[in-house]
Design a protein around this ligand. Structure first.
Ligand SMILES: Cc1cc2nc3c(=O)[nH]c(=O)nc-3n(C[C@H](O)[C@H](O)[C@H](O)COP(=O)(O)OP(=O)(O)OC[C@H]3O[C@@H](n4cnc5c(N)ncnc54)[C@H](O)[C@@H]3O)c2cc1C
Length: 240
C-alpha cells in the first residue's frame, strides 16, 4: 500500500520533528519516520529527549539540589538533619520527565496532522523512501520532498568498545545504578548526575583504563598525551 505525502522526514529528533511540524503548518501532508525504541516502547524526540539534553539536565537538577542542601544551605543559616540520597528515585524522576516530554512530541505531531511511521526509513533512488515498520511490513513512499534528519551515533573504538561497564557512553552514564566511586578529578559524589560533568568524567575515566596504550596507537597519538586523546575522542562523540 502506498500513501501520498508531500514530505517524508526520516528521524524524529529535534531536527526532524521541528521540520515536520513547520512543514505541516505550511500546509504539507507530512509523515515522520522514527525507529527509536526507548525502554521498550517506540519513542519520538531523538537523542535529545531520550538520552541527551533532557535526562542529563533532569539528573543535573537533582544533583544540584542535593549539593546545595548538603553544602550550601548552611551559608544561608538554614540547618537540616541528615540528608539522604536515593538514586533509584532520582532515576525514576528522570524517566518520568523523559516519558512526559516524548509523549508531548507525539501529541504535537498528532495535533499538526503528521503521521508518525514507527520503524526504519531508507532513501532510495528517485526520492523514494522505503519504510519498514517495527512489525516488518514494507511500504514504498513517493513523497515530493524528503528530509534526512537521522542524527548521529557514537563511534565504537574497536580496541575499546563501549561495554557500559568499564567504558561507558553518555547513554550508559545516564543509567548508573550506583554512584561511581570515581569518575575523574573533582567529580564529587553529589554530582552523580551524570550530565555533561559525568560525560566528561567518563571520558577521563577512559583515559585511565589499561587499554590506554593500544587506544592511543589506534588513534595515532604519541607520548601519553592525554589531552590529545581527549581531543581526538571529542569530535567522534555527539556534540554536548
Ligand atoms: C548526554 C547528552 C547531553 C546533551 N545535552 C545537550 C544540551 O544541553 N543542549 C543541546 O543543544 N544539545 C545537547 N545534546 C545534543 C543533542 O542531543 C543533539 O544535538 C540533538 O539530539 C540532535 O538532534 P537531531 O534531530 O539532529 O538528531 P537525533 O536527536 O539523534 O535524532 C535523530 C533520530 O533519527 C532516528 N533515526 C536515525 N536513522 C533512522 C532511520 N533510518 N529510520 C528512522 N529513524 C531513524 C534516530 O533513532 C533518532 O531518534 C546532548 C547530547 C547528549 C548525548
Amino acid at each position: 500500500m502506498s500513501q501520498q505525502f508531500d514530505l517524508v522526514v526520516i528521524g524524529g529528533g529535534p531536527g526532524g520533528y521541528e521540520a515536520a511540524i513547520r512543514a505541516a503548518q505550511l500546509g504539507f501532508k507530512v509523515a515522520c519516520i522514527e525507529k527509536r525504541i526507548h525502554k521498550g516502547k517506540p519513542s519520538l524526540g531523538g537523542t535529545c529527549l531520550n538520552v541527551g539534553c533532557i535526562p542529563s539536565k533532569a539528573l543535573l537538577d537533582s544533583s544540584h539540589r542535593y549539593e546545595d542542601t548538603v553544602h550550601h544551605l548552611d551559608d544561608h543559616g538554614i540547618t537540616t538533619g541528615e540528608v539522604k540520597f536515593d538514586l533509584a528515585k532520582l532515576l525514576d524522576r528522570k524517566d518520568k520527565i523523559v516519558n512526559q516530554l516524548t509523549m508531548g512530541i507525539d501529541g504535537l505531531l498528532k495535533g499538526n496532522g503528521i503521521e508518525w511511521l514507527k520503524g526504519t526509513g531508507k532513501l532510495l533512488a528517485g526520492k523514494k523512501v522505503e519504510f519498514v515498520s517495527h512489525e516488518g511490513e514494507t511500504q514504498i513512499l513517493e513523497p515530493k520532498y524528503v528530509i534526512l534528519a537521522s542524527g548521529s551515533v557514537p563511534v565504537n573504538i574497536p580496541v575499546a568498545p563501549v561495554d557500559q561497564d568499564i567504558i561507558v557512553d553518555s547513554t550508559g552514564a545516564l543509567e548508573f545504578q550506583e554512584v561511581p566511586k570515581r569518575l575523574g578529578d573533582g567529580a564529587e559524589s553529589s554530582q552523580v548526575a551524570l550530565s555533561d560533568q559525568v560525560v566528561n568524567s567518563a571520558l577521563r575515566y577512559r583515559t585511565q583504563a589499561p587499554l590506554i596504550d593500544s587506544l592511543m596507537n589506534e588513534l595515532g597519538i604519541q607520548g601519553g598525551d592525554i589531552n590529545g586523546l581527549t581531543q581526538s575522542l571529542k569530535p567522534q562523540s555527539k556534540a554536548q
